[in-house]
Design a binder for this molecule. Structure first.
Ligand code: TZP
Ligand code: MG
Length: 215
């Protein structure tokens, strides 16, 4: 059983989009605005830099009770004592990650569409996974190799296949957040809607209201 987590408003960081304001300042503002979970995502960073960033984020978030998830890197998550890991379909299998992470850490898995969910649940052990990141919901420039957009209807289709918690991701803004929640997602994950906003705290607060209103 993993430690408790709340997918309501899930911030995924992007090194380019936080460069000007800084990673910690951006996350601190976003958390003030109501972000409930933070993922450190920097696919190009080297391990040492990533561990340092994860430790700094953990020090900021732990006193606030907000879990820190590390993208892709089980080793970095363990080294920095992060709360969990988010895996892509081509990363280490969830079962292997779970063996390294132990029972308490949170484990997420990206699912691009209903067919990929069906493949994941047969080909790999989805039993080790605590939540699914589903999308891109809408086309996004933030992740260059993201698959085809599936819309809120795609989220609903994955929802129909599993009871596991789902967070929608990809191109989500205030307007789309409500649709994704009404499609059955437990929360929304955003990168640019917060990281590239002129006021990340205000942006987070607006997204949180959209999610809450749609529930
Ligand atoms: N995974 C699927 S889409 C995406 C990730 C990391 C990027 C989402 O970024 P944005 O800016 O919220 O569209
Ligand atoms: Mg990944």
């Amino acid at each position: 059983m993993s430690r408790p987590f709340d997918l309501t408003l899930y911030l995924v960081t992007d090194p380019r989009l936080v460069a000007e304001r800084g990673l910690l300042a951006t996350v601190e503002a976003a958390v003030k605005g109501g972000v409930t979970l933070v993922q450190l995502r920097d696919p190009d960073a080297h391990g040492r830099a990533l561990v340092e960033q994860a430790r700094a984020l953990k020090a900021l978030l732990a006193p606030l009770g907000i879990p820190l998830i590390v993208n892709d890197r089980v080793d970095v998550a363990v080294a920095a004592d992060a709360d969990g890991v988010h895996l892509g379909q081509d990363d280490m299998s969830p079962a292997d990650a779970r063996a390294l992470l132990g029972p308490e850490r949170i484990l997420g898995l990206s699912v691009g569409n209903p067919a990929e969910f069906a493949g994941s649940s047969s080909g790999i052990d989805i039993g080790a996974v605590d939540y699914l990141g589903v999308g891109p919901v809408k086309a996004t420039g933030t992740k260059k190799d993201a698959g085809a957009a599936i819309g809120a209807a795609g989220v609903a289709a994955v929802r129909a296949l599993t009871r596991r918690p789902i967070v929608g991701i990809g191109g989500i803004d205030g307007a789309l957040a409500g649709e994704v929640i009404r499609a059955g997602a437990d929360g929304v994950a955003v990168v640019s809607a917060i990281c590239a906003a002129p006021d990340p705290e205000h942006a987070a607060r607006a997204l949180l209201s959209a999610v809450t209103a749609a529930r």
